[in-house]
Write a protein that binds this ligand. Structure first.
Ligand SMILES: Cc1ncc(COP(=O)(O)O)c(C=O)c1O
Length: 229
């Protein structure tokens, strides 16, 4: 363990097919990291900003990382922006090691602090708050997950996973791995539903402003399309 500086984890692995952690998994990681002086880093690029029913998955799962990476939802994806949050301890350690007057956390990217993404980020945060969008996502989640689970007996479906407003449906492969998943994505798109496919799995992440009728339309399209492939 003395050679390990940090453990990076997505609280729910997103693009690999919505892999919801087993109960207690993230807390166990936290405990192991603490026992060995390893930093725990959460990648909240997909999970952050309301996707899991709280502002961050760290809150949904009740586990606090030492560092947290954020992007996507920080500007509603409307402008390119990423951010890293660090614990007070890391901040103070780095600042304490700096020479007087030195700038420690600054990174000189070409577009660091670019005003357009910063404006988009501030506006997005205001809207999340004023429209109660995280609470809205949390309230819609049971309806969304129940609706998706209604597809569990469709013969081509092999697994359904979900949490908050993030879910994935695995289908039985046919031919080369991923071939059927790709065909399903194309068919869904032609039928009016755009999803991300990863292998023989489609990932569904409705916007926080979705209404029940949108969930119904999505599941109806999934049902019909899955039945036809
Ligand atoms: C979970 C996750 N982490 C990190 C990244 C990379 O983020 P960025 O493109 O903002 O560097 C992505 C990109 O899609 C992602 O999905």
């Amino acid at each position: 363990a003395e050679n390990i500086a940090a453990c990076f984890v997505e609280p729910i692995a997103g693009s690999t097919g919505c892999l919801v952690p087993p109960k207690g998994y993230l807390q166990r990681l936290r405990d192991i990291c603490d026992a060995h002086g390893i930093l725990l880093v959460f990648d909240e690029v997909i999970c952050g900003f309301g996707r899991t029913g709280s502002a961050f998955a760290a809150q949904s799962f009740g586990v606090t990382p030492d560092l947290m990476a954020m992007a996507k939802g920080i500007t509603n994806g409307a402008q390119p922006m990423g951010a890293v949050a660090v614990s007070e301890r890391i901040h103070d350690t780095i600042m304490g090691a700096a020479a007087d007057g030195a700038v420690e956390f600054f990174h000189g990217y070409t577009y660091s602090g670019h005003p357009a993404p910063c404006a988009a980020g501030l506006a997005t945060l205001d809207i999340y708050k004023s429209e109660g969008l995280f609470e809205r996502g949390a309230a819609l989640s049971p309806y969304f997950l129940d609706a998706l689970w209604s597809l569990k007996d469709v013969s081509v479906v092999s697994d359904i996973r979900g949490y908050g407003l993030l879910a994935a449906i695995d289908i039985h492969a046919a031919g080369a791995p991923g071939k059927r998943g790709h065909a399903l994505q194309k068919q869904l798109f032609d039928n009016g539903l755009h999803v991300k496919a990863t292998g023989d799995c489609v990932i569904i992440a409705p916007p926080l402003i979705a209404e029940r009728q949108h969930i119904d339309a999505m599941v109806d399209c999934l049902q019909k399309t899955l039945a036809g492939i």
